[in-house]
Write a protein that binds this ligand. Structure first.
Ligand code: ACM
Length: 540
């Protein structure tokens, strides 16, 4: 019995072991370079062994790619065979090999997750045979670095945590009303003005508390290049999000001409310091389109991802209703209403991105008023948007808030820090099913996968992000990777058993997860108002 997370398709252990020692070599075949570097870096640090390059199968860990594994398990699949004198990790492709290397580290025990050796430690791999491949190709985590900035080293740490859980898409929410986090060279004020705010609401927006220290930060273009390359080395794709036409007050504060200047005095706006849905949205003008084409031009240079996220969520239409400019645009384009104006706006960037070989992704509001061709939908307000999109032949990423919004509280207890929305326990996440039963098999093929979303309004530092994200991300990773049965039949007791081995791995990595017994004293936020909701969520 193994204690691997996520659960592999097949795993069996036998009596006996392979012992790792100072003479153990890494024997890497063609295409195995990233896994070799990663194993030497991580296991080398944890064990203190050089894991020198070798060319003989004796006393070595063999890393290679084999067409039989590609054929049987796909490019992300792998076989792992631990024999008493040698270890074989065989990938269907470089990514599969890397996921196999992750499994190898888990088999070595929690101390393999440390960054320096403990004295007198023996490093034994149980004789094991694993065959494994993912259920979904999109196994995502979205991190909101706009509401609270996460400095670069924190992002790199999250990429390592993702890799450790075999997650492979990092959705990087880079802009919002409360901050613009990526350097755009032709528009320096986006970061000079847009990347910081003077103070911040502490707790839910109804809380009377303020944190009066300025908050901010952004990634330079070189920081982004480093993040993207670090992710690529770990077979993770970074999907950037620039949220338009709503969630844009930070951009409007920097460049007031982007807002609806015929409705409000946009020069009076500053980067937003509280939470909620913001009425100050982009003006649907040629100037705005040209400005954001400039932003996306620099973005495409930085992010090689096929998928580029343009947001599209929660764009209140009040200013467009009042704006003579917006109304003239509706008339000139022969549109029915403001929803169609939003569709036109998103459709513009869909065509613009398609012409450059990329694919637009948007939150499910992009369905309102007609969906752009080729667009991919992030279904967040439940399953419905995803079902509609899949039926219309669009690809979908399932991230319904009722299941995988990790800002939602994990327990009904009084001690839960700044509790938001309905209770979503570790077990609730474990029983999340990305493919809704209503879809036919052909429609279901449009579900690219699933994503957990971490919105950070009430997560002021990375310990708070860890607390909300873990351990639930481990359950999510298993849902996205493993071939689990239907939700009611899932063996949560076995998952909990494996979690007793996984918590020590997270401890060794320094993850400030929520313990099963509840928050530690310093994880509580007494007196900070949240917004808990009772009962089960609707559309659950
Ligand atoms: C969202 O949660 N507004 C996508």
């Amino acid at each position: 019995m193994t204690d691997l997370i996520p659960l592999p398709r097949y795993a069996h252990t036998y009596r006996g072991h392979f012992e790792l020692g100072p003479d153990t070599r890494l024997v890497a075949g063609e295409g195995a370079g990233a896994s070799e570097r990663w194993l030497r870096g991580t296991l080398g640090a944890a064990t203190g062994f050089p894991l020198a390059p070798g060319d003989s199968p004796e006393n070595g860990i063999q890393l290679y790619i084999h067409p039989m594994v590609t054929k049987d398990l796909g490019p992300e699949g792998y076989r792992l065979m631990v024999l008493s004198h040698t270890v074989h990790v065989v990938g269907g492709g470089p990514a599969g090999l890397f996921w196999g290397a992750q499994t190898l580290r888990q088999l070595l025990g929690p101390d393999a997750f440390r960054r320096a050796p403990l004295p007198g430690r023996e490093w034994r791999l149980p004789l094991t045979h694993v065959q494994d491949s993912p259920r979904f190709r999109w196994r995502g985590l979205m991190l909101d670095v706009a509401r609270h900035f996460m400095p670069k080293e924190g992002v790199l740490r999250y990429l390592d945590l993702m890799a450790g859980h075999k997650l492979n898409v990092f959705h990087f929410h880079l802009t919002d009303d409360q901050g613009w986090r990526v350097q755009i060279k032709r528009y320096p004020k986006l970061t000079e003005i847009g990347s910081w705010r003077a103070r911040t609401k502490f707790g839910h927006r109804a809380s009377p508390l303020w944190d009066d220290k300025p908050h901010g930060g952004y990634y330079t273009q070189d920081d982004i290049r480093e993040i993207v390359a670090y992710a690529a080395e770990r077979h993770i794709t970074v999907v950037p999000e620039i949220d338009v036409p709503g969630h844009s007050q930070a951009a409007i504060a920097a460049y007031p001409e982007l807002g609806n200047t015929d409705v409000i005095d946009t020069t009076s706006l500053s980067v937003w310091d509280t939470w909620g849905i913001n009425p100050n949205v982009l003006a649907p003008t040629d100037n705005t389109l040209r400005f954001y084409e400039g932003v996306f031009e620099e973005l495409l240079d930085l992010f090689p991802s096929e998928f580029i996220h343009v947001g599209g969520d929660e764009c209140p239409k009040d200013q467009w209703k009042q704006s003579p400019t917006a109304q003239a645009r509706i008339g000139e384009l022969g549109l029915a209403d403001e929803d169609e104006l939003q569709s036109w706006f998103i459709g513009h960037f869909d065509k613009w991105l398609s012409a450059r070989g990329r694919r637009l992704v948007g939150w499910d509001e992009i369905l309102e008023g007609g969906l752009a061709d080729g667009a991919v939908v992030s279904s967040w307000r439940g399953y419905e948007g995803g079902i509609t999109a899949a039926r219309a032949g669009h690809d979908v990423v399932m991230c319904p808030e009722q299941h995988v919004y990790l800002d939602w509280r994990q327990d009904a207890g009084e001690d839960e820090p700044v509790p938001i929305a309905h209770v979503r326990t570790l077990e609730d996440v474990y029983r999340f099913e990305p493919v809704p039963a209503q879809l036919t098999e052909a429609e279901a093929r449009h579900v690219l996968g699933a994503q957990a979303n971490v919105w950070t309004e009430v997560m002021e530092d990375h310990a708070r992000v860890d607390y909300q994200t873990f351990p639930r991300l481990a359950a999510f990773a298993e849902v996205a990777w493993s071939a689990l049965p239907a939700p009611a039949e899932r063996d949560f007791a076995d998952f909990e058993r494996r979690m007793t081995a996984h918590y020590p791995r997270l401890d060794a990595l320094g993850v400030a997860y929520r313990p099963p017994t509840g928050p530690l004293p310093w994880q509580r936020r007494p007196g900070v108002l949240g917004r808990p909701k009772d009962g089960p969520p609707s559309n659950a």
